[in-house]
Ligand binder design. Structure first.
Ligand SMILES: [Zn+2]
Length: 126
């Protein structure tokens, strides 16, 4: 990731990264020529507009499920660790990046749902 500004970075093959406070991680879209889905970018590194919206989602374990799984493996022993216990949380982050701001849409499952904030700077160490 190479900095284009405090809020936008670039990578190989037209990758653009911005920091998401809702997920506490960078999100990436691809722009310009190349394979796969491509976003448009207004070319402004300080106040980027990306289109269309950015949808990021994954499944993960809640803290309670982690404890349940640890207890399960402790009870049933190491030979059972090949059994994948199901993820119980579906994380959704759906945003528009417009004019240097992130608009968090109503289907976000994190705390910034329905809020609009200035694009955050990348944290120290990133
Ligand atoms: Zn996010």
């Amino acid at each position: 990731m190479d900095p284009l500004s405090k809020v936008l970075r670039t990578g190989a093959d037209g990758a653009l990264y911005f920091w998401c406070l809702g997920c506490d991680m960078p999100h990436c879209v691809m722009h310009g020529a190349g394979g796969g889905p491509r976003w448009t970018w207004n070319g402004d590194a300080d106040k980027p507009t990306l289109s269309p919206s950015v949808l990021v989602q994954w499944d993960h374990l809640s803290p309670a499920a982690r404890e349940r799984n640890a207890a399960f493996y402790q009870e049933h022993g190491r030979y059972m660790t090949h059994i994948e216990l199901p993820y119980d949380v579906h994380h959704v982050c759906h945003t528009f990046v417009r004019d240097g701001r992130i608009e968090y849409l109503g289907d976000c499952t994190h705390d910034l749902v329905n809020q609009t904030i200035d694009l955050p700077e990348f944290p120290e160490g990133w």
